[in-house]
Ligand binder design. Structure first.
Ligand code: ANZ
Ligand code: ZN
Length: 896
């Protein structure tokens, strides 16, 4: 009966240590830049889900590890609290969005507490708090002052029944309003934009650094690059012949492939193209067609042939151009042509572009597709093809005088020639659009602009910030922008001329809030400025953690605003020439999704509710209604699949530390995590065993260094008796494992993506220690001390409890240091190993030799073993019998 076998109550430990951390852990401090660890802040939807718990656990593990490594650590938490769901909830329940949000935050904050997170609650911020959005408004004005916030017309979704503008999320797949069911219209309204394009070069160049050493995932870097979409090409003029209407003399298109110009077979215009708008006035059929476009899928190949309009290939004027290229071209309105890209017009090349090919073969099924270039010179080019050839290559005879030239050369020559004739201009194009930040919604940061009939758009003066959201009656509330219908908000005086004026009633996209919140965390209480120059030194974020769903927009906007702040010296650590290098997130860690165990009916495919599936035999779940075996899969957790797991309930059942260890252990950070509740028993048992061992060991004496003790004994190895040798072997085995574990775990914690192996390494160490009860007290004690410190980032309460047993009175384990290797590796090499020796295929006996040095390569190992064995008695005998040949006890197979 071992008295130290305790039954560990994890929940009691959590509570005990969380209480102590609050009162007894001084905030870390250092002179250098703090280590800034930041998980993406949550939207306060009401409850934390397991995906949250996963990323917050990883972030907390990283932060606690850095703290143990001696860094000052910043690990803040806040709330991305503006946005549509709160407004929808308000409309549905008649309670103010702020109230809904505040109660959600309270609930989620509790959840964040029980996970044993070491959050800097002092830095907590909420984006819907006027103390925060005052500065979001200031940020807007700083952009406005420099011409980087401007108003322009843009298309919005308009609900004709509710008479309001809708967010994209409020329009369903059929293009109807979520509330009224009305068919949504596109309307042009004046909207606010941020001129992100001003920073496009810097945003592109900054990616080079982020790509190095995989500081950011490769995938994310390339998605950012594609979104910026820098391409070079040309605008080309196609003269038009119009019968019966005046539509100008030419249509301009943007193309990145002037080398395909001989293959143009039609022109396609966007619905918003000026020519189309003009023609639609006199053509009801065209107008009717345009009305069907909103809500069509992006890849739709719907088109409308404009009657009486033909275009001419600019190459038609060249004598040597083949007749086919000289023929006039039909002009379409096509749904796949974007109104706000390039010229809003495309030269259709069915032979060499996928979308053009699909469009052409739909509308001209039995006309040939013209191929004007091929992969290689001698490839035959049949005219009719089922697939376009989209690569670059060599131009064929269908490209007339350019036959035999490469795409690059021909493209340049063609543009140059047309440029001379005034028919083309070379251009650089970016896919990136300026950022439309206006939202016609209530629950967002009000735009701090006043519209005055005589002065125009006037910025609200700093001293009048924040422009606060008005109180609004929500009971029986109607859809739309409650700001517009609030006279107390709208009616105001002009800051310039003091005449009567109206406030802008748009609010900002919530991505504006999240584009700078990480900077505010450095100085969250500053009432005067976004952040002080001094506080800015805490930036950039060292490790940013979050989901891959933010790979594009959020990160791009945050990078833009960071560069902007750097460019106006709000972040003084970046000199003017380093704006491109100013990046807010040094490392980006993207975590994988958490999936839940999901049961479905094999006959109907329907997801089964918990009471519809019989789990009495866990290996064979059955459908209660039919008795048939249910299908079991892992899928993204969602209410409709009845596969969700509540983190708080889970923690209440198993304890925070086992839950954390389970999350970390189950999968590498970036991988999918299939949530399997039963598997937690493994880590729970391990933590108990570990705690049992520590309890058995008791208080550790720290007066001796293990290395000194081992070193002294090592010098006496030759004179030791059997018993002493046995203890030496146990000691060296344990200490060797401790050193090995320190080495591998330190690397893993630094690297982050594979911290799952920290748990398995610590499990191995625990097992080795348990298997070496012979080891001397000092070694066992120090091994337990090091194990406890290595465990602390993952299971902080269990580690504190162990620490209090091992080092009573030494304070928190987090005021100690993460272990470092003590240079004893050579000392604790295994003394001898037993090998079975074969000579010429026959087993000849057993030898004891020290193990080969780790540094030996596989090729070196054989000769080294031969040498070593020859030095043993058995080896010498074998050599003597060996016909006096050179020593040949070859074919040595080791077997322990
Ligand atoms: C003819 C052509 C032939 C094209 C070919 C491509 C391949 P990136 O590279 O993304 O910038 N395009 C131009 N304006 C467009 C618009 N408003 N809406 C939809 N597509 C548009 O794309 C440039 C290419 O996209 C252009 O080059 C044009 O098609 C098309 F074998 O011109 B290309
Ligand atoms: Zn005025």
């Amino acid at each position: 009966q071992r008295r130290w076998r305790t039954s560990l109550d994890f929940n009691a430990l959590d509570t005990k240590w969380r209480q102590k951390w609050k009162t007894e852990l001084p905030p870390s401090a250092s002179d250098t830049k703090p280590r800034y660890v930041l998980p993406m802040f949550p939207y306060p939807s009401g409850t934390l889900h397991l995906g949250h718990l996963r990323v917050y656990t990883i972030a907390d593990v990283v932060a606690r590890y850095r703290k143990l490594k001696g860094d000052e650590v910043v690990l803040p938490m806040g709330w991305d609290a503006f946005g549509l769901p709160a407004e929808n909830a308000a409309l549905e329940r008649g309670i103010p969005p702020g109230e809904w949000t505040t109660s959600n935050i309270a609930r989620m904050k509790e959840q964040l507490e029980v996970m044993n997170g070491s959050w800097d609650w002092d830095r907590e911020l909420t984006t819907c708090d006027p103390n925060f959005y005052k500065h979001t408004q200031k940020l807007f004005l700083m952009l406005h002052e420099r011409g980087l916030a401007y108003q322009a017309e843009a298309e919005v979704n308009y609900d004709p029944i509710d008479k309001t503008v809708l967010a994209n999320e409020q329009v369903d797949a059929n293009g109807c309003s979520w509330r009224s069911g009305a068919k949504v219209e596109k309307r042009k309204l004046k909207q606010w934009f941020f001129k992100i394009s001003e920073f496009q070069e810097a945003l592109l160049n900054g990616l080079d650094e982020l790509e190095k050493d995989s500081a950011w995932p490769k995938m994310v870097v390339s998605q950012q690059r594609n979104w910026l979409g820098k391409s070079t090409g040309a605008t080309v003029k196609f003269p038009v012949m119009a019968l019966g209407h005046s539509v100008g003399t030419a249509i301009e298109v943007f193309t990145t492939r002037p080398d395909t110009l001989f293959g143009v077979q039609y022109i396609a215009l966007a619905a918003t193209h000026p020519t189309v708008r003009q023609l639609a006035k006199a053509d009801p059929e065209l107008q009717a067609f345009l009305d069907t476009l909103p809500g069509l899928p992006a890849d739709s190949k719907v088109g409308y042939l404009l009657p009486g309009l033909r275009a001419v290939n600019p190459l038609a004027y060249h004598e040597e151009t083949p007749d086919a290229t000289k023929a006039s071209l039909p002009v379409y309105v096509a749904s796949y042509v974007l109104g706000d890209y390039g010229e809003g017009a495309v030269m259709g090349v069915p032979g060499h572009d996928v979308r053009d090919h699909a469009f052409w073969t739909k509308h001209h099924a039995d006309e040939p597709v013209r191929m004007v270039l091929a992969a290689s010179e001698d490839e035959s080019t049949t005219v009719m093809k089922n697939e376009p050839y989209i690569g670059e290559g060599t131009l064929t005879e269908h490209s007339g005088p350019y036959e035999g030239k490469s795409s690059t050369v021909a493209g340049e020559m063609i543009v140059k020639m047309l440029e001379h004739a005034g028919l083309a201009t070379p251009v650089e194009k970016w896919r990136l659009r300026d950022w439309l930040i206006s939202r016609q919604r209530y629950w967002g940061t009000p735009i701090p602009i006043v519209h005055c009939d005589s002065c125009g758009a006037v910025p609200v003066p700093d001293e009048d910030l924040p422009v606060k959201l008005p109180e609004v009656e929500w009971a029986g509330g109607k859809a739309g922008n409650a700001l517009e219908t609030s006279p107390e908000f709208v009616e105001t005086t002009c800051p310039k001329c003091k005449g009567s004026a109206k406030r802008d009633t748009d609010t900002m996209d919530t991505f504006v809030d999240s584009s700078w919140y990480y900077a505010r965390f450095a100085d969250p209480q500053n009432a005067k400025e976004l952040l002080s120059a001094e506080a800015a030194q805490a930036l950039p974020v060292d490790v940013y953690l979050g989901g891959i769903e933010h790979a594009i927009l959020h990160l791009l906007y945050a990078r833009f605003i960071y560069k902007f702040l750097a460019s106006i010296n709000v972040l003084p650590q970046y000199s003017e020439d380093r704006v491109a290098a100013a990046e807010p997130f040094q490392r980006l860690i993207t975590q994988g999704m958490v999936q839940g165990r999901t049961y479905s009916d094999p006959d109907t495919g329907k997801f089964l509710k918990p009471d519809e599936v019989d789990l009495s035999d866990p290996s064979k779940p059955t459908v209660v209604a039919t008795g048939r075996e249910a299908n079991m899969t892992f899928e993204k957790m969602s209410k409709s699949k009845y596969n969700g797991v509540d983190p708080t309930e889970f923690i209440a059942r198993y304890g925070a530390d086992p839950t954390r260890a389970h999350i970390i252990f189950q999968a590498p950070v970036a991988d999918l995590l299939n949530w399997d509740e039963e598997k937690i028993s493994g880590v729970t048992r391990w933590l108990k065993r570990l705690h049992d061992q520590v309890s058995e060991i008791g208080e550790a004496s720290t007066s001796q260094s293990v290395k000194d003790v081992l070193s002294e004994r090592h010098s006496r190895l030759a004179t030791m008796d059997k018993e002493e040798l046995a203890q030496w072997d146990a000691d060296s085995t344990v200490w060797r494992e401790v050193q090995k574990t320190i080495k591998s775990i330190t690397g893993t914690y630094d690297e982050i993506y594979y911290i799952n192996t920290v748990v398995s390494d610590l499990m191995s160490l625990t097992n080795v220690m348990a298997g070496q009860k012979n080891a001397s007290p000092v070694v066992r004690q120090q091994a337990a001390v090091e194990l406890t410190r290595m465990l602390a980032p993952i299971a902080p309460a269990v580690a504190e409890e162990c620490w209090s047993v091992l080092c009573p009175g030494a304070g928190s384990v987090f005021t100690s240091k993460f272990p470092e290797m003590d240079g004893s590796e050579d000392l604790v090499q295994p003394r001898e190993q037993t090998w079975t020796v074969q000579v010429n295929g026959k087993q000849r006996g057993v030898v004891e030799i020290a193990p080969p040095p780790d540094a030996l390569s596989d090729e070196e190992l054989g000769p080294w073993m031969t040498e070593a064995i020859l030095k043993t008695d058995l080896g010498r005998r074998a050599k003597r019998k060996g016909n006096n040949k050179s020593p040949q006890p070859v074919d040595l197979r080791a077997a322990k």
